[in-house]
Design a protein. Structure first.
Length: 333
């Protein structure tokens, strides 16, 4: 009897680590580069809340905002290596992987409003682009909206000639690089976390971003003039390491899909209001002058940037341009 008791006790000791491991929550590290009080930041926190709720605590989501874990140049490699499980980079970040087609979404004046963008991403265009990621060990889960870009400098930017000679920070999109060059300015790729200091010290003269990012990163403090141009759209792709994702128990993955779908609806529903509120807050500070394009100004910008469409064919390929043209009923040339 004593021997039996000893054997049972020994087995219990051996099994204890395995039982503890089985009960440990699955950890998802979700890294992003913006503040927690932006649409993307709030979306990440909403996903955390819902994922932990729907899996009854079997999944723990650790959200790392504001480049606290990885800068935007490093994060995709970290995802592929498995150092982080989930990201939500701007779609321009996929070109270094050899997937240039995503940059078609950066074409100026492409989406007439947020709903047009949302329809395209839920349809053929969004699905086709996500398929391109699979060969890189990445699974696309959702597209998150962050609205339309404004542009800023320490002088008003109302006409195409106003951009001449100015250095502008861009996130890396060659489409953005091209349209800033068409305006006679000098685009410079720079990590998002470095932009404030670069604007403050004059390393760059200006940048483009959404109202919510201008507010939360306090870019308005170091830019005298912001043009509410809404000339291009900023969107994010929520992505996950494919090996990690496919290795999850099916029931867990089902609950995470549900959490992501609801977090996506939430994020996209608040994006427009968040940007409108941010614009009002920026105006209230009185630290920067807000400028609005007239119809004539907008037409001049559109004409100046139109050659970007012809140039894009050699960059992103005809197939994605044809898909977008059909989906949005727009001309590419």
């Amino acid at each position: 009897m004593r021997k039996l008791f000893a054997a049972v006790a020994a087995a219990a000791v051996l099994l204890a680590p395995a039982i503890a491991q089985a009960q440990s929550p699955i950890v998802i590290k979700f890294s992003h580069v913006v503040a927690s009080d932006t649409p993307k930041g709030k979306g990440a926190l909403k996903f955390k809340e819902l994922a932990e709720k729907y899996t009854d605590g079997k999944v723990k989501v650790e959200v790392y905002p504001n480049s606290t874990l990885y800068k935007d140049k490093e994060e995709i490699e970290a995802l592929q290596l498995g150092s982080v499980q989930m990201l939500a980079p701007s779609t321009a970040k996929f070109a270094p992987l050899g997937i240039k087609e995503f940059e078609a979404l950066d074409l100026p004046w492409l989406f007439k409003d947020d709903q047009t963008y949302a329809n395209a991403m839920k349809g053929t265009v969004g699905k086709w682009l996500f398929q391109k990621l699979e060969a890189k060990g990445i699974t696309g889960l959702a597209y998150w909206d962050n609205g339309f870009h404004m542009v800023s400098a320490n002088r008003p930017l109302m006409k195409p000639t106003d951009f001449q000679g100015l250095k502008f920070r861009i996130s890396g999109s060659k489409i953005a690089d091209q349209y800033f060059r068409l305006l006679g300015s000098i685009p410079q790729i720079m990590a998002f976390s470095e932009v404030y200091q670069a604007l403050q010290t004059g390393v760059v003269d200006g940048c483009e971003n959404t109202a919510s990012n201008y507010l939360t990163q306090k870019f308005y403090e170091v830019q005298k003039d912001i043009t509410v141009s809404y000339h291009a759209h900023l969107q994010y792709a929520v992505i996950v390491n494919s090996k990690f994702w496919s290795g999850l128990p099916p029931d867990i993955r089902t609950q995470l899909d549900k959490a992501m779908a609801e977090a996506t609806d939430y994020t996209n529903s608040i994006a427009r209001q968040e940007n409108e509120d941010a614009l009002a807050e920026i105006k209230k500070t009185g630290k920067t002058n807000l400028h609005y394009l007239t119809d004539a100004d907008r037409k001049a910008w559109q004409e100046a940037l139109q050659p970007t469409y012809k140039w894009a064919k050699g960059r992103v390929g005809q197939e994605v341009l044809d898909l977008i043209a059909k989906e949005l009923d727009v001309k590419m040339n």
